[in-house]
Design a protein around this ligand. Structure first.
Ligand code: ATP
Ligand code: MG
Length: 750
């Protein structure tokens, strides 16, 4: 078992940092580094010179027994220690194992000190309690507190001082305050000096660097420490206000920046307080109102007369003054007010009242020179007006769409009504169709084309047929093309359409004329082939008869000669009739056919026509005519009516067997005359009926019966000239009935 322990000094330092080793003369031979930290010792040093034994009172170190607990106080810095005294074995040295005491511990210990008088004891205890509380409060205070002696040597400092000054307590105690605390102008240290020298208090707030060279802002007071009338030193109470100061500094920087910003603004700015005294005014304001002073010189100036002073600059002087009065009375935010100056400039005014916590603190005037902006806006709007005028004058409907087919613009040709033109902006064709009750399919078709334009980024052209509200159809040739930006992206789509109704009509007329031309061409070729055929037969008849007459004139009997002459005469008649028919049609087509209606005695007229017919067609006497008339006259062109009756009679006989009868019935009343020619001939096949009145058309059942196919077209033209009608009823093999109805009036088509 180990009874003694030998430690050298170094080991002691490591194991017991707070020790003191004294010899028999109470000289401190050695001290632990913690003791050196708390008490500045110059070893060897007399213990009694450096320390006082506070407890137990009147303690004699030479007589103290091992294990005794004592309380020491360092004379220089009043730092107290609790120590246990031990006599070192086999030597006369005394070992004190010390630990530093806080002030509260000191009072704690003091509390147990005994006094003889119980009342005094109580009073002392109360006092001690108060002192204890006070010292505890000081010790743990958030505020750094220290005291110095008159030499400015720190004698006491609390924990917050340690934090604030960046030094340990032992570094602080007995240190010269001036050496510990650095700041560029030594405000604190000078305050301490002055406080001591002049017995006066100082308030300080300043940046400083602590022992660790850390920058801080501190604020507090320096007060002289008095005992009765004697100055003992001073009390320094300090607080770390770095954060607060930084925030203030930031606020200051911000407000300075704002202030600078206002001063350098391109707008004229004037900040007035509630008494209308200038707080801020910038250079631009002075320039705008031609004020011959620096802005700084105007600070504090009274603005109550400002409106009067500057009204001469404005076109409407009184209005300027009155409006300012109104604005100031209403104290409401005003924005975008335009003011016209006499020199041609235009200003825009803003008024901002400053109200904080329902208290009116003043107001801010901002004036901006918008002369250029207005000029620019005017130019822009003139340009816009110009282009819109141009677009509006173009005789084509124009619409501009955004990428999603919404209308951006449409000109008056596109939509006539200004209200709808305005309404449609931002809308689509679907909205338009719904609004105008038009089929949705129109919008569908346009959307399809629009999408194609967007996808292909190419122009599309198409024709559109629109039924107007009056029932007329109009045709439009529409174009839609994309407007591309520098990156080949579609920015908008322009659509325009040209009304091509007139062109379409012209095209139709041309097409019809062309068809007519073609028809005419066919007619001509038909005509030529027909004529050449129809003429060849009678001509060859004439030729053969004349050759026979010429060759056998001496030998031919008179009877035979007569027969040949009749043959020639018939052939010539046939050719003449053919030529007359052709001439008639030609006249009608070139509109040279004359129509001269007269009142005709219908019976006399018909008798004459039939007589001529019989004469021309020798041997025909089978005409069965009857009249059912309420009046004797018909109103007709005799030449044309003759053509009608002769052609229908000729056909009736031509397309009937030789012995068959033809019935003619004439009906006449006040309104109309009706001529019915009925035969019992070959009839007309149904398929031929619709072409019956076309030139050169002949039914498929004519067989060898001669004809040119012109007779009925002549009849039709004559009936048309009378504004009458012709009707045909026919059955193949049963017979045919033609009914011609002519009005008893002067109206006619020619
Ligand atoms: P032409 O020029 O000498 O009169 P066409 O008699 O043949 O010749 P249209 O009178 O125009 O010509 O008659 C046209 C056709 O109508 C005839 O070729 C014939 O086929 C038919 N047609 C007209 N009238 C009758 C009728 N009464 N009976 C049967 N067919 C008829
Ligand atoms: Mg005929």
């Amino acid at each position: 078992m180990l009874h003694t322990l030998h430690l050298d000094i170094e080991q002691m330092q490591r194991v017991i940092p707070g020790f003191l080793l004294l010899d028999t003369h109470s000289t401190i031979l050695c001290a632990g580094h913690e003791m050196l930290q708390y008490c500045p010792l110059v070893i060897p040093e007399q213990f009694t010179e450096k320390f006082t034994v506070v407890s137990p009172a009147e303690c004699n170190l030479n007589e103290v027994v091992s294990g005794t607990k004592i309380i020491l106080e360092c004379r220089s810095n009043r730092q107290t220690f609790q120590a246990t005294v031990e006599h070192v074995a086999q030597s006369d040295y005394l070992l004190m194992v010390c630990s530093p005491q806080s002030i509260t511990e000191v009072f704690e210990n003091n509390k147990i000190a005994k006094t003889e008088n119980i009342d005094t004891h109580r009073t002392q205890n109360n006092l001690k309690d108060q002192l204890y509380n006070l010292s505890a409060a000081l010790e743990h205070s958030d505020i750094a507190i220290l005291t110095t002696n008159t030499e400015r040597t720190i004698k006491w400092a609390n924990q917050q001082c340690v934090n604030l000054m960046g030094a340990s307590l032992s570094e602080l105690i007995d240190a010269d305050f001036l050496e510990l605390w650095h700041n560029h102008d030594n405000t604190i240290t000078n305050s301490v000096r002055s406080s001591i020298e002049n017995y006066s208090s100082f308030e300080v707030e300043l940046p400083a660097k602590d022992k660790k060279n850390e920058s801080k802002w501190v604020s507090g007071t320096v007060q002289p420490l008095m005992q009765n009338t004697t100055i003992m030193g001073c009390i320094v109470v300090l607080q770390d206000v770095t954060h607060k100061k930084q925030a203030e500094l930031q606020g200051y920087k911000n407000s300075k920046r704002l202030h600078d910003l206002v001063l350098n603004l391109n707008d004229a700015v004037l900040l007035e307080n509630e008494k209308r005294h200038i707080e801020i005014v910038n250079k631009r304001f002075c320039e705008l109102f031609a004020i011959p002073y620096n802005p700084e010189m105007l600070i504090g100036a009274d603005c109550t007369q400002a409106a009067e002073n500057f009204k001469h600059l404005f076109i409407d002087e009184e209005e300027f003054v009155q409006r300012i009065e109104t604005i100031l009375a209403e104290k409401k935010h005003v924005v975008g007010e335009k003011l016209q100056l006499k020199d041609g400039r235009c200003l825009e005014r803003e008024f901002i009242p400053t109200i904080t916590d329902q208290q009116y603190l003043g107001h801010l005037w901002i004036y901006s020179d918008i002369t250029e902006r207005i000029g620019y806006q005017e130019r822009i709007s003139k340009q816009r007006e110009f282009y819109e005028n141009v677009l509006n004058q173009i005789p084509s409907d124009i619409a501009v769409f955004d990428k999603s087919h919404h209308y951006l613009f449409v000109n008056p040709i596109g939509i006539r009504s200004p209200e709808i033109r305005h309404w449609i902006i931002g809308k689509t064709d679907y909205d338009y169709c719904e609004y105008r009750n038009k089929p949705r399919s129109i919008a569908d078709d346009r959307r399809e084309l629009f999408n194609a334009v967007i996808q292909t980024k190419r122009l599309r052209v198409w024709e559109e047929e629109l039924k107007k509200s009056d029932g007329n159809i109009e045709y439009y040739l529409r174009y839609m093309y994309p407007v591309l930006d520098s990156e080949n992206e579609v920015t908008m789509v322009i659509g325009y359409g040209v009304n091509i109704t007139e062109r379409k009509k012209a095209e139709k007329t041309i097409a019809e004329a062309l068809a007519q031309q073609k028809e005419l061409y066919v007619l001509k070729s038909n005509f030529i082939s027909m004529i050449s055929h129809e003429f060849r037969t009678p001509l060859s008849t004439v030729l053969s008869s004349t050759q026979l007459l010429k060759k056998y004139s001496n030998t031919l009997t008179a009877e035979k000669k007569e027969k040949h002459l009749v043959t020639i005469e018939k052939a010539v008649h046939r050719m003449t009739s053919l030529l007359e028919n052709v001439l008639f049609i030609g006249k009608n087509d070139s509109q040279r056919l004359t129509f001269s209606p007269l009142k005709l005695d219908v019976v006399a007229f018909m008798n004459e026509v039939i007589e001529d017919f019989v004469l021309a067609n020798a041997g025909i006497n089978r005409i069965n005519i009857s009249y059912k008339t309420s009046q004797p006259t018909v109103f007709a062109d005799s030449g044309l009516l003759r053509q009608i009756v002769l052609n229908l009679l000729t056909n009736a006989y031509k397309y009937s067997p030789n012995d068959s009868e033809v019935f003619v019935t004439v009906y006449v009343n006040e309104k109309e005359s009706v001529f019915v020619i009925k035969d019992q001939g070959i009839g007309i096949p149904a398929s031929d009926k619709k072409h019956l009145f076309h030139e050169f058309h002949r039914a498929s059942n004519v067989g060898n019966v001669q004809g040119t196919g012109l007779g009925l077209s002549i009849v039709m033209r004559c009936v048309d000239a009378h504004a009458g009608t012709i009707n045909v009823e026919s059955e193949v093999g049963q017979g045919t009935t033609f009914t011609v109805t002519l009005p008893q009036s002067k109206s006619h088509k020619i």
